[in-house]
Design a binder for this molecule. Structure first.
Ligand code: PEP
Ligand code: MG
Length: 659
């Protein structure tokens, strides 16, 4: 029995989704396989599933054979089509790939090239920042098996020994996972390693080798190399990096078999630069990360787990030096630049002073800013300024909270629609908006209704060919013409409003009628939900001010809505008649142009006069040079990318102090 579908799992069946899929599959007695391009693998092995390299929007078939085949197919197809459904809160909020995908954007990779004496070596710039410190060389000896063939009567005992070792490694990883001190990102990484340790692929391959007469250590080394080679051969950088994880797990099993402890990173001195050919993600996640000043490795790349751990802990790292790492084995001091990939061995006095200065400046700026994470910025007159985050997916919640966001000032819902080959259901949207509301309560979460047009078409909506899509059928215009789509979103928002402080805003408004028509639809949706007995709550309705028309009718609009949010990205392009994507008119696309600034001021004045909140969610909201002017105009909310939040809070605080 089988059924085919299109995979809707964002980023495909990478580590965490593969684990979840396997967990579901293991809940059924039937044999279950996943088939892609004619290749079938067991749906109960996460390693095999990952190696199938299933990407989002690819067609796959789930095949099941057994007493509960129908239920298995239903559950697994359900997961592939709607992966967030049925997850608990923690899972639903976890990054889709927290076992692997970016904790922060990776700096540009520098091509590996041997350097000269003055510039040092160059590797992959894997985690930004500069560091200088004493070298801490970490080159654990290679492990080796017994090098003799087992007698037939020894085989059963060796398999038992191997299984016990695997059990011990799993138990150790389980203990690590149970520690509260592990961050969410590191937890995902350790969980992925544990999956590899628990997966039949590695253990099955090793047991096959033991049955062939190899001792358990040799068998584990061979099995890990075979599976790692499979990961290296896949055309996917992320999966290539999993090869290192397989080696790391294999090494842990071998160490237990040999009764050895791994060379520990426990004693790394404060601020030292960790030098290694390779560091297992498992070792690094357990290391005293606060003491590590930087990391330089022969192995690894921008998507390896070492890079991800380094980035999420703010440790500068240069990876992928290959054999050139040997030159660092005897170094006393190392300087590295995680932005350019440069590594300098035993720097001279001038280089040392240069790096020390850069490290100090960066640390000062960072330390100064983190102090603002929990600050609630207030102006001298007592006005609280809400500094909120612009996000487009649940995966960004953690970064926004880490930065100290006071809610969400713009949730772009387009991604929700673009990630799927069909329009997202009301239930799926309601779950997403509710998850957001819960995550930030009691702060507000402002959800922008679908803002899409012919330049960014999505499946399920037929867009006409247009000469000027930016002046065409987009945003609120399209939504009002397609009440089937719009009402589904409004119903989902009314349902989610039960769970927190949801506000809703309309994009591209240029006419009062658009607000009034929306209100009619909102009332209709509320009446329907009431009749159906579905819990729901009202929300504040606001508009984005991003067209010249909206600015000019702002006093009238202000009487009909609960708030304004100024979208300076579009407002600038429409006021200046300069396409925001066209580099030849980029000079005109300038928010500081007096024409745009006076449009912002007119809007603020109209909002303040009507007593409604005026905020801003365009890029300009995060600019420290413009924030004072916006606040003087009367804005009380600024929403920006999470990376700008602490600097903005600092600017506002300084302004209040008259600095
Ligand atoms: C804007 O136009 O300023 C805005 C925030 O919306 P977007 O960038 O998504 O068009
Ligand atoms: Mg816009």
């Amino acid at each position: 029995m089988e059924r085919s579908t299109i995979v809707r799992v964002h980023e495909g069946l990478h580590a965490r989704p593969a684990t979840r899929f396997v967990k579901l599959a293991k809940g059924f007695e039937s044999d279950v396989e996943l088939v892609k391009d004619g290749k079938a693998v067991s749906a109960k092995s996460s390693v095999k599933l990952m190696l199938l390299a299933v990407k989002e929007n690819q067609e796959v078939t789930v095949r099941a054979n057994g007493a509960d085949a129908i239920e298995a197919i239903e559950a697994l197809i359900g997961y592939l089509e709607n992966p967030k459904a049925g997850l608990d809160d923690e899972e639903a909020h976890a990054p889709a790939n927290d076992a692997g995908k970016e904790a922060a954007p990776a700096p540009q990779s520098a091509p590996a090239a041997s350097g000269d004496a003055s510039s040092g070596l160059r590797g992959v710039a894997a985690s930004e920042g500069v560091a200088i410190g004493p070298a801490f060389a970490h080159f654990p000896p290679d492990l080796a098996g017994q090098g003799r063939m087992l007698q037939p009567e020894e085989i059963a005992g060796e398999i038992d020994r191997f299984r016990a070792a695997v059990g011990a490694v799993q138990a150790r990883m389980d203990r690590a996972l149970a520690q509260d001190s592990l961050s969410a990102g590191d937890r995902g990484i350790v969980a992925a390693l544990r999956d590899i340790a628990a997966d039949d692929s590695l253990t099955g391959e090793a047991e096959k080798a033991i049955k062939g007469g190899n001792d358990a250590v040799s068998a584990t080394i061979t099995a890990a190399s075979t599976i790692a080679a499979d990961f290296s051969a896949v055309d996917d950088h992320y999966l290539n990096a999993r090869a290192d994880d397989v080696h790391a797990v294999g090494r842990q099993i071998c160490l237990v078999l040999l009764g050895q402890d791994d060379v520990s990173l426990e004693n790394i001195p404060q601020g030292a630069i960790l030098i290694a050919d390779d560091i297992g993600a498992w070792d690094l996640a357990r290391a005293p990360l606060k003491r590590i000043g930087g990391v330089v490795c022969g192995h690894g790349g921008a998507t390896s787990h070492i890079a991800i751990i380094a980035r999420s802990h703010g440790i500068p790292a240069v990876l992928g030096l290959g054999d050139r790492i040997d030159a660092l084995r005897t170094a006393n001091e190392v300087a590295l630049d995680g932005n350019s990939g440069q590594v300098i061995i035993d720097p001279d006095a001038a280089t040392r002073a240069d790096f020390a200065g850069r490290v100090e400046a960066a640390a000062k700026e960072r330390a100064g800013l983190t102090a603002f994470k929990t600050v609630t910025p207030k102006l001298a007159d007592g006005r609280v300024i809400e500094v909120a985050a612009n996000i487009g997916s649940l995966e960004e919640i953690e970064a926004a909270q880490e930065a100290g966001a006071m809610g969400v000032g713009l949730f772009r819902t387009e991604l929700l629609f673009m990630r799927h080959m069909h329009l997202p259901s009301e239930d799926m949207q309601a779950e997403t908006y509710a998850a957001l509301a819960k995550a930030f309560a009691p702060y507000p979460v402002i959800v922008r209704t679908l803002d899409i047009g012919g330049d960014k078409p999505i499946a399920g909506i037929e867009f006409p060919d247009e000469e000027n899509p930016f002046l065409g059928w987009r945003g609120i215009r399209m939504c009002l013409d397609r009440p089937d789509i719009f009402k589904r979103q409004l119903r989902a928002l009314l349902r989610a409003a039960v769970h927190g402080n949801i506000k809703v805003m309309l994009p591209m408004v240029s006419d009062l009628g658009e607000v009034r028509q929306t209100r009619v639809l909102v009332d209709e949706c509320a009446a329907e939900l009431k009749a159906e007995g579905v819990p729901h709550a009202t929300f504040d309705l606001g508009v984005m001010i991003e067209t010249p028309a909206a600015v000019l009718i702002a006093p009238a609009l202000a009487k009909e809505v609960a708030f304004f949010s100024i979208g300076t990205n579009d407002l600038t392009q429409y006021i200046m008649a300069a396409d925001r994507l066209n580099p030849t008119v980029a000079k005109l696309n300038d928010v500081t142009n007096p024409a745009v600034m006076s449009a912002i001021e007119l809007t603020a004045r109209a909002g303040v006069a009507a007593g409604i909140m005026v905020g801003m969610c365009g890029e300009a909201a995060g600019r420290p040079d413009l924030i004072p002017a916006f606040l003087e105009m009367g804005l009380t909310e600024l929403s920006m990318s999470p990376a700008s939040i602490q600097r903005a809070k600092k600017t506002i605080t300084a302004m209040a102090a008259g600095k």
